[in-house]
Design a protein around this ligand. Structure first.
Ligand code: ZN
Ligand code: ZN
Length: 144
């Protein structure tokens, strides 16, 4: 399976190969702020699954546990494309909404549900974390 995607202005183009390792929705305050919305949706993928064309601008911050987290945005329109972390080398968190066809996307797991907005109701059979697992790879085992 391959899927295509782009940022809003089209400067960054993506071709994604294969399935995401996990599809997640994050309800944390940072995601609410950066999206201006109730939650973000991301695809955890191996870096080599994503072919990216175009120029990205990195923004790096140090997480509470001392890792370096970098967010890569289109250098023209500013759309966030993906994030990576020194905690999980080789893994990308790709912004799910960039795909041209998002109709089949559905989160396998919801994280930071302690910050979930009241109007958002989650399916009873979906795996949820109050915050997030220490180790991102724990999310990968949630896929059935
Ligand atoms: Zn752009
Ligand atoms: Zn978040």
């Amino acid at each position: 399976m391959t899927a295509t995607g782009s940022c809003q202005c089209g400067q960054v183009q993506l071709v994604v190969s294969g399935e995401a390792l996990v599809t997640y929705a994050c309800h944390c305050r940072d995601c609410q702020k950066r999206t201006g919305s109730a939650f973000s949706m991301g695809l955890v993928m191996l870096a080599e699954q994503v072919a990216l064309k175009g120029e990205c601008t990195p923004w790096t911050r140090t997480s509470d546990d001392g890792h370096t987290n970098t967010r890569h945005s289109c250098s023209q329109c500013g759309n966030i494309i993906y994030g990576d972390s020194s905690a999980t080398p080789g893994l990308w968190k790709l912004q799910a909404g960039l795909l041209d066809d998002t109709s089949a996307l559905c989160p396998d797991v919801h994280i930071w549900t302690c910050r979930k907005q009241g109007w958002v109701s989650l399916p009873a059979d979906t795996r949820c974390f109050d915050t997030q697992p220490q180790d991102l790879t724990e999310l990968l085992t949630t896929r059935q």
